[in-house]
Design a protein around this ligand. Structure first.
Ligand SMILES: NC(=O)c1ccc[n+]([C@@H]2O[C@H](COP(=O)([O-])OP(=O)(O)OC[C@H]3O[C@@H](n4cnc5c(N)ncnc54)[C@H](O)[C@@H]3O)[C@@H](O)[C@H]2O)c1
Length: 237
């Protein structure tokens, strides 16, 4: 069984769809429980379910993993996250920093911690963390970028400590991906297309393909890495 956080929309929904199409039973875990139910119902194959989950709330994470963990968790995909509107670095107070670190870093920490006892029971298991190119270059948005950089460090550290237990831990760092987060920005995601050597911004399926690979046995000897999936953006940034 695979649990995908943030799976009701965007990249997480694409990951759930891809993994289900490859034969996995998927738990669609999201703050938006109503839409998570809809997504789970529409996935190809059988045995999928939805669970309401707020990664910023310890009790919500514990409850969600207790509910599904007994069913045999093989893979955790951490997608839930996102940026928020705020001013310049000097004008951004602790509240925004706490909010971004809670959602994008501690949320991942919590889900890993809750999943690991279940993953340890499998002969092999995997965690895939969705970060961002923001962790690898300077694009502003310091609280979000620093939180995502923390996920890169968490990924390498957990890969080391969990390797002997046959749990692989990898990450994917997306460039600009066409999801609803760009809808209210003038020109949408396509405004950034000139920054991409491959001539387009990314689609959620581009990320889902990389996540599915890192979660699969094809990546059986890969751990501790964060793979940029960015249309070449980081080649010149
Ligand atoms: N879209 C991009 O250009 C882009 C680029 C780089 C990285 N990312 C990362 O990819 C991930 C998904 O982004 P997206 O563009 O698909 O966004 P999205 O808003 O479409 O999807 C995010 C999902 O996470 C859920 N979510 C939000 N807060 C949550 C919480 N506290 N607990 C549980 N679920 C929660 C939302 O309900 C939603 O279903 C995020 O981590 C984001 O930082 C996105």
């Amino acid at each position: 069984m695979v649990l995908v956080t943030g799976a009701a929309h965007g990249i997480g929904r694409a990951c759930a769809g891809r993994l289900a199409a490859e034969g996995a039973r998927v738990v669609v875990a999201d703050l938006d429980g109503g839409e998570a139910n809809e997504v789970a119902l529409r996935l190809p194959g059988d045995g999928h379910r939805a669970v309401a989950l707020d990664v910023t709330k310890p009790e919500s994470v514990d409850e969600a993993f207790q509910t599904v963990g007994g069913e045999g968790l093989d893979v955790l995909v951490n997608v839930a996250g996102g940026d928020t509107q705020h001013g310049s670095f000097e004008d951004t107070g602790d509240e925004v920093w706490h909010q971004m670190i809670q959602l994008n870093l501690i949320g991942v920490v919590r889900c890993c911690r809750a999943a690991i006892p279940h993953l340890r029971r499998r002969s092999r298991a995997a965690i895939v963390n969705v970060g961002s190119i923001n962790a690898h270059t300077s694009l502003g948005s310091e609280p979000y970028s620093a939180a995502k950089a923390g996920v890169v460090s968490l990924t390498t550290n957990l890969a080391l400590s969990l390797g002997p237990g046959h749990i692989r831990v990898n990450g994917v760092a997306p460039g600009t991906i066409r999801t609803r987060v760009w809808d209210d920005q003038e020109g949408g995601a396509d405004r950034l297309q000139p920054l991409y050597p491959l001539g387009r911004v990314g689609e959620p399926d581009d990320i889902a393909a990389a996540v599915a690979f890192l979660a699969s046995d094809d990546a059986a000897w890969i751990t501790g890495h964060t793979l940029p999936v960015d249309g070449g953006f980081l080649t010149n940034h």
